[in-house]
Write a protein of this length. Structure first.
Length: 117
């Protein structure tokens, strides 16, 4: 696993920190999650998505269904980013964003990890 890029996005006091990795298997996804949970002990959620040649996966990590993992997964699919994973660490700032803003925030963070706007 190799960290390619990171990006931090803030909206309404919530902070989204994206991590873009090159990966070789799903075991690396588990290791990355473990490391991020240790590094960001106070983070509320760490949704992610990954795409490998023979498998894929995503997680909303207790965010509302399909507001986090699915948009990240769709971005990986759309860009055909095989053997890549994007994780987004979220620190809740006390203001609810609503499903639309939440989804856009995760997608904005993921896209910027790819150096795209």
């Amino acid at each position: 696993m190799q960290l390619i890029n990171t990006f931090t996005y803030e909206i309404k006091k919530s902070k989204f920190i994206g991590y873009y990795y090159a990966i070789e298997n799903s075991d690396e996804v588990k290791k990355i999650i473990e490391n991020l949970k240790k590094e960001h002990k106070k983070a509320k959620h760490i949704p992610y998505a990954f795409l490998l040649a023979n498998t894929a996966g995503k997680s909303d990590d207790k965010e509302p269904t399909n507001t986090a993992g699915l948009p990240i997964y769709n971005l990986l699919l759309e860009k055909k980013l095989i053997n890549k994973a994007i994780f987004v660490v979220r620190y809740f700032g006390g203001v609810k964003l609503g499903a639309g803003n939440l989804m856009r925030s995760y997608l904005t963070t993921a896209k910027n990890c790819l150096n795209e706007n």
